[in-house]
Write a new protein. Structure first.
Lengths: 482, 484
């Protein structure tokens, strides 16, 4: 039997507004518990919500980036349930009339294929606070700093068929929200959280299987793992004659398993109804068009432009445009050096390797785009060779300054002075009569390989600084004269 | 001093006939001497009042006196007052000291008014008799065996007993107008959105509106001038230009068209109430108004729709009272469910529980369409009735309540009988229209109220129509027998 996995994702993204969605309190992360919760966030009696316009702008930006319908009329509703980190006893969210309607995006897979994933809708809502279960002498503490932080919940159609596709889609969403600057997208801090709805069915079957929802998966890697593990569990279960029960499950990273949260066996009735404290929000075409005009260049458009404008391969362009800081960094290097292909190589290979090894990001990297462009310029104008450039780059990562300073300080300037090179060539020829003899007696086919020996000796003598092209020319000439 | 109207007190203070400290002390003394009989206050704020009065006197002396400078008033205990217990007449909030002032409380402070204290009310404003208060029932100054009406019964009794010249109140289904009627006062519920709801503890958010209880239409106009404002903290507040409601009081009623809805004179109306209202209609004719019979055909659906929508909203609004952050918390909860169940079970009274249950039921899966959605459809029809009526008339006139004040316990066993006391007032809340009640007679020594309903933001017109009636009659000048 051949099985097919069907996946839909619900992604919660915290919007990086200055203040909360319904109050003026700050949304900054990491403050002392309850220091960023005002009377509205604490649900003090008599307080009322006022919607944050910036949250709407961000949601509209997202909808436009997803090629989705924008809800010109959107309505907040109350989702009623009791929990200590939900101060009002209801979450203010959208249900029937969300801010973003259906849309579709393309995601690139490793195979080079692209796949369309449909967006069901995305809605605005408020985040809850946090329950803290440690260090309170057997009691639970409540931190309401996060309560009221604006979220968009992005709900896909069940269009993904493999964990790889789900991760590609999640990365695409991550790329879009960070390009737009509407969220920092940091999964480790909970700025982006993912729930996966997973079901399995026999290939060719039309009807969807019973799904399970895996809650709060907090990294791309875990999303892939959790989906594969859950799909395998469901397949085993069915093949053993069992059947899948619709439920919410938790992914346990350490045990590599999903397990039932068993919170509530009965279906919750959230008694949704339109929030009477907030009027429907009506957006007109002008408002939406104004936002459309402020949208930054998005990943797909940037990728295509990198191909046409900088002559990069589609693959390189896609790698460089996955996140905006990298794309911006590359463009600054390309512009500063006038060498797009070299710039792409340096950013994708040397810089990426350094960032990876040193566990830093572009934001904190000691090498800035101007410095890297300066380095490439020195390769281009022959001041240093590509090989010496690696040495200069390493010095740069140690904070030694720009390329010229480092080249000067370490005396790394390439020797192109023919007189000096001729002298070195003469010495090498004089010191290696046997090799010279062999060379002279060899046929034309073998000679280039044998030439390498002499080049190596000269580079060694020059500490790598001799201009390789000049070395080659002079060597050929002098050996020919022997 | 205590029998003067607010208009008279303002001029007395400005003419240095008495100081605000003297005036304030006089009312505090009266409350101390007489309120045992009425139970109209939950919390007295004598120290704050005298401090505010001193400041007011300084401002009066300096010639820098804002509109209500030095005038003592009482606030319904539904409005948050910073540093002062704000209980909403519930055990749930018996220990709650509000950390901030409601917008209307701020407005009165800025106008120089002096706060005497916080008045009693039905618990969370749920009731029409003031019998549901955790602090005990309020008694009607006209007859202490009878209720003062509700939910703003404490504000009404305090003003009727001359313990305060005016008081703030709130009206979700008649909670200003019905107590005004039962206590012989002028009470106005403005258009929904005219007055900020910020800091007014919510019962039913789409219906709640603050207003005032006074002894004349002129006083109501003066107090409403201060209360009305646009407030960015309340998203349902309407940014409508403010007007001086005293300006139009003297306008003639010549050419005014008053609509009389058939449906407000049907079964259930006390014949003596009907008689008094008919007499008032004749007064208006003599003042130059034209009387026009009209129909509000969906009137009979107002009470049923209200008792779905209001409880539905209240079921969510009262979820925040969970014993976690403030308010009543049960002793030694053994787990989270126990904390919720006992804190709420102990903190809320029966009428509040009844409405939370009704509301949760109306919103639950499988019943939502039949109850909540249907009630919203009815609400639109009721609003449409008024819109059509106001195409032909300037104001609508009828009784405020079917009966004068009833005795304690008279409706005790029958919530529906109690709900029907609001049969004439509820529709205006559903439509969001302004409504006003003025005294128009007595039955067996108990006052009867005449209700005037205006078009959206026609508070000025309503007060004008009420004031002209009070120029031609003296019902509003009669006071409860034991108050002198």
């Amino acid at each position: 039997m051949e099985w097919e996995t069907v996946i839909g994702l619900e992604i919660h993204v915290q919007l990086s507004t200055q203040s909360k969605i319904f109050s003026g309190a700050s949304t900054a992360f990491g403050a002392a518990p309850n220091s960023q919760a005002c009377a509205v966030d604490l649900a003090m009696p008599g307080t009322l919500p006022v919607a944050n316009e910036q949250a709407f702008k961000f949601a509209v930006m997202f909808g436009l980036a997803m090629n989705a319908d924008i809800g010109k009329r959107s309505v907040f509703e109350r989702k009623n349930y009791f929990y200590p980190d939900l101060p009002k006893g209801y979450q203010t969210t959208q249900l029937e009339e969300p801010i973003v309607g259906p849309g579709v995006i393309e995601v690139e897979l490793a195979s080079g294929e692209t796949k369309s994933i449909r967006l069901h809708h995305a809605h605005l809502e408020e985040d809850a606070g946090k329950s803290l279960h440690e260090d309170y002498h057997g009691m639970s503490g409540i931190d309401l700093n996060r309560a009221g932080t604006p979220l968009i919940e992005i709900v896909s159609e069940p269009d993904m068929r493999t964990a790889e596709e789900a991760v590609a889609y999640l990365k695409k969403i991550h790329s879009i929200i960070t390009y737009l600057g509407i969220s920092d997208g940091d999964m480790s801090q909970g700025s982006m959280r993912c729930d996966a709805n997973v079901s399995v069915r026999l290939k060719g079957e039309e009807k969807l299987g019973t799904r399970c929802e895996i809650k709060n998966i907090n990294s791309f890697k875990f999303v892939e793992k959790a989906i594969n593990i859950e799909a395998a569990r469901q397949i085993d279960l069915i093949e053993d004659g069992g059947s899948v029960v619709q439920e919410t499950r938790l992914f346990d990273v350490d045990k590599s398993e999903t397990r039932s949260m068993r919170s509530k066996e009965v279906a919750n009735d959230y008694r949704y109804f339109p929030c009477p404290d907030l009027l429907p929000v009506i957006l007109d075409d002008d408002y939406i068009e104004t936002i459309r005009n402020t949208l930054p260049e998005l990943p797909d458009a940037k990728r295509d432009r990198f191909v046409s404008e900088h002559g990069l391969s589609k693959y390189d362009a896609a790698v460089l445009t996955t996140d905006r800081p990298t794309a911006d960094f590359f463009e600054a290097v390309a512009k500063g050096s006038g060498e797009a292909k070299l710039a792409a190589n340096w950013v994708m290979v040397d810089l990426a390797a350094y960032l990876n090894k040193s566990e830093t990001t572009l934001a904190t990297c000691p090498v800035n785009a101007e410095q890297l462009a300066g380095l490439i310029s020195r390769i281009k104008d022959g001041t240093i060779s590509g090989k010496i450039a690696k040495q200069v780059f390493e010095a740069m990562t140690n904070g030694e300054g720009d390329a010229d300073t480092i080249i000067d300080k370490h005396g790394l300037k390439q020797v192109s002075d023919t007189g000096a090179i001729e002298k070195m060539v003469d010495e090498v020829i004089a010191n290696n009569p046997a090799q010279v003899n062999n060379y002279k007696n060899a046929d034309d086919k073998k000679r280039p390989k044998m030439l390498g020996f002499f080049v190596g000796q000269i580079m060694k003598a020059s500490k790598g600084q001799a201009n390789p092209q000049a070395v080659n020319e002079i060597l050929l000439k002098k050996l020919g004269e022997q | 001093m205590h029998s003067k109207t607010i208009a008279q007190l303002i001029s007395g203070l400005r003419n240095k006939e008495f100081s605000s400290v003297e005036l304030t002390q006089h009312f505090l003394d009266r409350i101390a001497a007489h309120d045992d009989r009425y139970n109209s206050f939950i919390t007295l704020t004598g120290d704050i009042a005298l401090t505010q009065a001193q400041v007011a006197d300084q401002r009066l002396a300096a010639g820098d006196a804002p509109a209500l400078c030095g005038v003592p008033i009482a606030h319904k205990d539904i409005f948050c007052t910073k540093g002062v217990r704000t209980s909403c007449a519930s055990k749930m909030l018996d220990n709650f000291i509000a950390p901030y002032d409601a917008t209307i409380v701020e407005n009165y402070q800025q106008a120089g008014a002096v706060m005497l204290g916080k008045t009693n009310m039905d618990e969370f404003a749920m009731g029409s008799s003031n019998e549901t208060s955790y602090y005990g029932p309020v008694k009607n100054p006209w007859n202490t065996n009878c209720v003062p009406g509700g939910s703003s019964g404490g504000s009404a009794a305090a003003v009727a007993a001359l313990l305060a010249p005016g008081a703030t109140a709130s009206d979700t289904g008649g909670s200003i107008r019905q107590p005004a009627a039962l206590c012989g006062l002028t009470g106005i519920k403005p258009t929904y959105g005219r007055v900020s709801r910020y800091g007014m503890i919510a019962f039913a958010s789409s219906l709640d509106q603050a207003g005032v209880l006074t002894r004349s239409a002129e006083d109501a106009a003066i107090m409403l001038n201060t209360m009305a404002s646009f407030d960015a903290k309340d998203s349902t507040c309407v940014d409508q230009p403010l007007e001086d409601y005293t300006q139009g009081l003297a306008a003639s009623l010549n050419g005014l068209t008053i609509g009389i809805p058939d449906e407000y004179f049907g079964e259930g109306l006390n014949p003596k109430t009907a008689e008094a209202v008919q007499a008032a209609i004749k007064t208006y004719q003599s003042l130059g108004a034209t009387i026009k019979p009209i129909s509000l055909p969906h009137t009979h659906l107002a009470v049923p729709a209200y008792y779905v929508i209001a409880p539905a909203e209240c079921s969510a609004n009262l979820s925040r009272f969970d014993g976690v952050r403030y308010g009543h918390r049960c002793e030694d909860p053994k787990d989270l469910a126990d904390l919720y169940k006992r804190s709420r079970g102990e903190g809320f009274g029966n009428e509040v529980k009844r409405r939370i249950l009704v509301g949760a039921y109306a919103l639950s899966a499988g019943y939502y369409d039949a109850y909540y959605n249907k009630a919203q459809q009815v609400r639109r029809l009721i609003k449409q009735d008024f819109v059509e009526a106001f195409a032909d008339v300037d104001v609508i006139l009828g009784p405020t309540a079917p009966n004068p004040a009833f005795e304690f316990g008279a409706k005790g066993g029958d919530p529906v009988a109690m709900y029907l006391e609001d049969i004439y007032t509820i529709a205006t809340n559903l439509a969001g229209l302004p409504g006003l009640s003025i005294p128009c007679g007595l039955i067996d020594g108990k006052p009867i109220g005449l209700q005037l309903i205006g078009n959206y933001f026609a508070e000025g017109k309503l007060l004008n129509v009420a004031h002209q009636f009070q120029q031609a009659t003296d019902f509003h000048q009669q006071t409860a027998p034991a108050t002198a």
